[in-house]
Design a protein around this ligand. Structure first.
Ligand SMILES: CC(C)(COP(=O)(O)OP(=O)(O)OC[C@H]1O[C@@H](n2cnc3c(N)ncnc32)[C@H](O)[C@@H]1OP(=O)(O)O)[C@@H](O)C(=O)NCCC(=O)NCCS
Length: 257
């Protein structure tokens, strides 16, 4: 029986720090310390845990933010970390933590969440876009700079910004397991199934770097043309396929500079 709930007390926050290091292999300069988890909770963010018999097996951490929109400033949550212990993965816990983030945010009147994810991580794209109904129309080049994350494989930390409009009919439909009506797909961007292997070894890393560079340009050009990543699928070979189309106007449009 897994329980999803807010973390409480220093020990549970420390367990998040440990699971963070276990997951990403961060060195001291990159790891987020317990006191930042504590502050995240205190200032209106979230530290949610998945517990089995009192032991933390997953967590999601978010920070509060304010976005200047055309209708004035609006609060939102930036979800900074989502991790599930390896032996507990692919049982729906990651998705459950995200849906609990949504429920908790809406209970406080917060209607939008964002987070970044590596567009080379096929599983994460599948979860974010295909399971949760997030969309992306922003590409961030080398967002964090150099990272000690073992998942990064020494590549630039390019990220897509995921936007999750929590009470939109699109996200509601994904929650019910009935994703919203089909978008007209204008373009597809493919991530090869072998990308993780290529990243993991020094000898093949250059191949991963080439894919990253080529896809970076494709995303940037597509987003400039007003497209957004609205769908994600896997083909028969296990390649990841971003599906890009036009979004109806987003409700939380950022203010023009
Ligand atoms: C990302 C992470 C939190 C997901 O947790 P999880 O509990 O395994 O997620 P879920 O089981 O809810 O969903 C994963 C989905 O991806 C699917 N999946 C698994 N491997 C996949 C792959 N190689 N390619 C595409 N999809 C894959 C699963 O089948 C599942 O989909 P389903 O619900 O249709 O079966 C976990 O893998 C993790 O901790 N990864 C390392 C840290 C990380 O990358 N965090 C996310 C940063 S955005």
């Amino acid at each position: 029986m897994i329980q999803i709930r807010s973390c409480e007390g220093f020990d549970e926050l420390e367990a998040c720090v440990e699971l963070q290091i276990e997951t990403w292999g961060y060195d001291e300069s990159d790891a987020i310390p317990r006191k930042t988890f504590l502050l995240a909770q205190r200032i209106g963010g979230q530290v949610l845990g998945a517990f089995e018999a009192g032991t933390l097996v997953g967590f999601a951490m978010s920070l509060p933010g304010i976005k200047e929109t055309q209708n004035g400033p609006r609060p939102y949550l930036h979800s900074h970390m989502l991790a599930v212990r390896e032996s507990y993965r692919n049982r729906g816990l990651g998705a459950q933590l995200k849906w609990e983030q949504r429920r908790e945010a809406l209970s406080r009147g917060i209607r939008q969440m964002e987070w970044t994810f590596d567009p080379l991580e096929i599983k994460n794209a599948f979860l974010n876009i295909h399971r949760l109904g997030a969309v992306s129309r922003t590409y961030l080049v080398d967002f964090y700079g150099v990272s000690s994350s073992r998942l990064q494989g020494g590549l630039p930390t390019d990220r897509l910004l995921a936007e999750w409009e929590l009470d939109s009919s699109r996200v509601e439909a994904f929650l019910q397991g009935h994703p919203a009506g089909a978008h007209q797909i204008e373009e597809r961007i493919v991530v090869p199934a072998s990308i993780d292997q290529w990243k993991a070894s020094e000898a093949s890393r250059e191949r991963a770097f080439i894919v990253q560079s080529e896809n970076r340009e494709k995303f940037k050009q597509a987003f400039t043309r007003g497209l957004a990543a609205v769908g994600f699928s896997r083909d028969a070979e296990g390649n990841g396929v971003f599906e890009l189309g036009h979004l109806p106007e987003a409700r939380f449009e950022a203010k023009e500079e």
